[in-house]
Ligand binder design. Structure first.
Ligand SMILES: CC(C)(COP(=O)(O)OP(=O)(O)OC[C@H]1O[C@@H](n2cnc3c(N)ncnc32)[C@H](O)[C@@H]1OP(=O)(O)O)[C@@H](O)C(=O)NCCC(=O)NCCS
Length: 216
């Protein structure tokens, strides 16, 4: 039912967003889950998490996959059997997946003022030079920066990455929908292109390695 957005990012990269309106029961009845995921969904503590998880299975269907196609490694990172890359995020009223020929990471975040209270935990020195606490787009920018770091973490998936110390987002215009970022971690230096867009009261952010930009 509510596939909110289906967008080609490039010939080989597709973005799907679901607006979660269904009840847990409706979603559960509509989706054929692996035995493992039946156990997993019933062990989730909140109904919101359950609905997010199940709505992602609706997005798998939209992308031509089923729950049986998607496997998780021991870190929790999802994988597809056909060589495509997938990244998943769910938050409150929406869920999103991105499927690509190249490694991508996605994050969906409800925009909330309370992010200001934890800003110093995840913003880098460089980000602090351009962030303006008095600006009306401060919360939006912080939410983008948070999303950038989650998305890059999902791509790299390395234990020990610190959002504050190892990932920095270069200065960006909140109206541009794009930014770039750098990861410096244990002698690895990588650049990422980032795109972001509002999904109602959420911020959707996805990232891919700059070297992959032509392969999207
Ligand atoms: C794993 C993590 C990225 C998940 O992000 P989140 O905002 O909690 O939740 P999201 O809904 O955006 O993403 C969850 C999805 O990410 C995917 N995921 C989980 N672990 C992953 C990993 N190690 N690598 C890539 N993707 C992962 C899964 O698909 C998961 O959804 P599913 O299990 O329902 O399929 C996050 O919890 C995390 O560990 N971040 C890094 C730790 C950190 O440094 N935190 C902040 C420091 S200030």
């Amino acid at each position: 039912m509510p596939l909110h957005l289906q967008q080609n990012i490039g010939p080989k990269t597709k973005l799907y967003v679901w607006r979660i309106e269904e009840t847990f029961e409706d979603l559960f009845d509509e989706i054929h889950l692996t035995d493992w995921n039946v156990i997993r969904v019933h062990s989730m503590k909140s109904e919101q998490h359950q609905r997010g998880f199940l709505s992602v299975r609706k997005l798998f269907e939209a992308a031509g996959y089923t729950d049986f196609d998607v496997t998780y490694d021991k870190t929790g990172k999802p994988h597809l059997p056909d060589g495509h890359h997938i990244s998943i995020s769910h938050s409150h009223g929406f869920s999103a997946i991105i499927v690509s020929d190249v490694t991508v990471g996605i994050d969906l975040e409800l925009m909330r003022d309370k992010i200001v209270r934890i800003a110093d935990k995840f913003t880098s020195e460089e980000e602090e030079t351009y962030l303006d606490r008095n600006s009306e787009d401060y919360v939006s920018k912080l939410t983008v920066i948070w999303g950038v770091k989650e998305a890059i973490f999902k791509i790299r998936n390395e234990i020990g990455i610190s959002f504050k110390d190892h990932i920095t987002t270069f200065t960006f215009d909140i109206n541009s929908g794009q930014a770039s970022a750098r990861l410096d971690f244990e002698n690895v230096h990588r650049h990422f292109d980032v795109k972001f867009q509002y999904v109602e009261d959420h911020m959707l952010v996805y990232a891919f390695e700059t070297t992959d930009a032509n392969a999207l």
